[in-house]
Design a binder for this molecule. Structure first.
Ligand SMILES: CC(C)(COP(=O)(O)OP(=O)(O)OC[C@H]1O[C@@H](n2cnc3c(N)ncnc32)[C@H](O)[C@@H]1OP(=O)(O)O)[C@@H](O)C(=O)NCCC(=O)NCCS
Length: 189
């Protein structure tokens, strides 16, 4: 219902269970592109399974533990970004993302990421947002860098996917490193 315009013809909206048909159609276009890089439970094959994913995120959102956002370009769902973990008590969150191939290379994820970081630091007063990716996921690491994150560590063989234990990078940005660093809190609320 509510949408945030990101660029000409591009809108961010909360991704909800009633988007299951669109989400499943998008996964048809994205599945093999994202499979090497995202958790296997996200890469579903049917509308029912896509619906179950969105229900899972809706339940976590209701508990303020996650926040999935879809990206619509020319009214087509082409990808998304989410707080896969969100802990307002501890002040931490983890941001993740994906796109179908045709949507790559236009800055959609970087734009969505800036919007979500502003929300996390500005409105929700979080302290730290993390980014985790396979160490050889060059495009994902480039987004983290563009968002102003610091590469903090590479965890050796820490992520099992497709039968292989991949090295995993951790990137993060702290509130004082964000563009909200010098803005008094009362001006953000
Ligand atoms: C990771 C992923 C989402 C990154 O997508 P992306 O298109 O590279 O990232 P963005 O949407 O931020 O776009 C950046 C690209 O658009 C270009 N661009 C154009 N306009 C831009 C703008 N206004 N701002 C920033 N970048 C812009 C950039 O130069 C860059 O292209 P380049 O890498 O060819 O130089 C995508 O590669 C993907 O879905 N991969 C598979 C799933 C995945 O890995 N998910 C992450 C798991 S950790």
């Amino acid at each position: 219902m509510f949408a945030h315009p990101l660029a000409d013809g591009v809108r961010l909206r909360t991704l909800e269970p009633w988007h299951a048909d669109e989400f499943a159609a998008h996964l048809e276009r994205a599945r093999e592109h994202i499979r090497p890089w995202v958790g296997p439970s996200f890469v579903t094959e049917t509308v029912d399974a896509a619906h179950a994913t969105l229900i899972r995120y809706a339940e976590a959102t209701a508990k303020d533990q996650a926040r999935p956002v879809g990206i619509w370009k020319d009214e087509i769902l082409v990808g998304g970004m989410m707080f896969a973990g969100f802990d307002p008590t501890g002040g931490n969150a983890e941001l993740g993302c994906w796109l179908e191939p045709a949507a790559e290379g236009h800055g959609l994820i970087t734009g969505a990421g800036r919007f979500l970081l502003d929300w996390a630091f500005g409105e929700r007063k979080l302290h730290r947002v993390e980014w985790r990716c396979r160490a050889d996921n060059v495009r994902s690491a480039a987004v983290a860098r563009r968002l102003g994150m610091t590469h903090e560590a590479t965890l050796r063989q820490a992520w099992l996917n497709g039968g292989i234990h991949h090295d995993k990078q951790i990137w993060a940005i702290l509130a004082h490193e964000s563009r909200y660093a010098d803005v008094p809190a009362q001006r953000l609320s």
